[in-house]
Ligand binder design. Structure first.
Ligand SMILES: [Zn+2]
Length: 301
């Protein structure tokens, strides 16, 4: 009697744990490798490399801002369930380290996609002491992320290492096609019009790779209102450069961009996507790059 009651309690506890984890993170029971990423973009890259062998969850939802994100208790449980954690680093999602500590998951392998990436020249970030973290917006750099993901999945799940390599190679082929497509599209924009103003500083690597000039960004750092002096300088720069359009971004409010555009006398173009995926047709990394490029061509040509 006593034994069976203990058994019942153990079973109840196990059910409760499974319930907390939810269907998308129940990797342990369905034989899939449970991977937890900070953003939906990285989750998509992992899904493309891992296919049916992995179960991937993003901590930051698709409509939230990764820069200012504050993890909730549920996120601590999600991190505890991971067999592999994937983040960018370079200041984008450093809040994850605290979540890892809270989840007592310091032994879980942690992949930092953007840190010490060979062959990459980093651009300055918000302050002179930081570097810009948005490397994946250059498709060539996203391919380097894919290499790292394949390696990390293979280490976490050695029996399937060869499959991860094969799937990564196929996905990189797709990204090569994407990269070539972006180049042909940007080439259709008159050279004098290849100037970009966005809400936050997510596009410098894209711009460097595909030959676009960043004239400025509406905020110096996400979550901080720009000073009046900063905005005044930006308006002057926009007017001097003859920028045709300012781009808002999906996970940020449009008010500031609207004000900027009206004062600089140029138009606002519908949302670009960068740190997070959206609903279809922007529900994958490949689709996001295509969407953004199409918006640029449409507004600047
Ligand atoms: Zn960002």
């Amino acid at each position: 009697m006593r034994l069976s009651r203990t058994m019942a309690m153990v079973l109840a506890a196990a059910t409760l744990l499974a319930g907390c984890a939810g269907p998308s993170t129940s990797g342990g029971s369905n034989g899939k490798l449970t991977v937890v990423t900070t953003t939906t973009v990285f989750a998509d890259l992992v899904s493309n490399v891992g296919g049916d062998l992995v179960s991937v969850t993003s901590i930051v939802p698709k409509n939230a801002d990764v820069h200012t994100f504050e993890p909730r208790p549920a996120d601590v449980r999600t991190v505890s369930s991971a067999k592999l954690l994937v983040m960018n680093g370079l200041g984008l999602d450093d809040w994850l380290s605290k979540t890892i500590t809270n989840a007592a998951a310091t032994g879980t392998p942690l992949l930092q996609l953007g840190v010490d990436l060979p062959g990459v020249t980093l651009l300055p970030g918000e302050t002179s002491a930081t570097e810009n973290p948005h490397l994946w917006m250059d498709v060539k750099y996203a391919e380097l992320y894919v290499d790292r993901i394949a390696q990390a999945l293979g280490s976490a799940d050695p029996p399937h290492a060869a499959t991860y390599e094969t799937q990564a190679a196929a996905y990189k082929q797709q990204l090569e096609t994407l990269d070539a497509w972006v180049r042909t599209q940007v080439a259709t924009i008159p050279e004098a019009n290849r100037k970009l103003v966005t809400f936050h500083d997510a596009f410098p690597y894209y711009a460097r790779e595909y030959g676009i000039t960043i004239v400025g960004v509406a905020v110096e750092a996400p979550g901080q209102d720009p000073s009046a002096g900063y905005t005044a300088q930006l308006i002057t720069a926009i007017k001097n450069a003859g920028v045709k359009a300012i781009f808002s971004e999906a996970q940020f409010p449009t008010k500031l961009v609207d004000q900027l555009a009206s004062e600089a006398n140029c138009k606002v173009v519908a949302n670009l996507y960068d740190d997070a995926l959206g609903d279809p047709p922007t529900s994958s990394y490949d689709a996001v790059i295509r969407w953004d490029t199409t918006q640029l061509v449409g507004a600047l040509s």
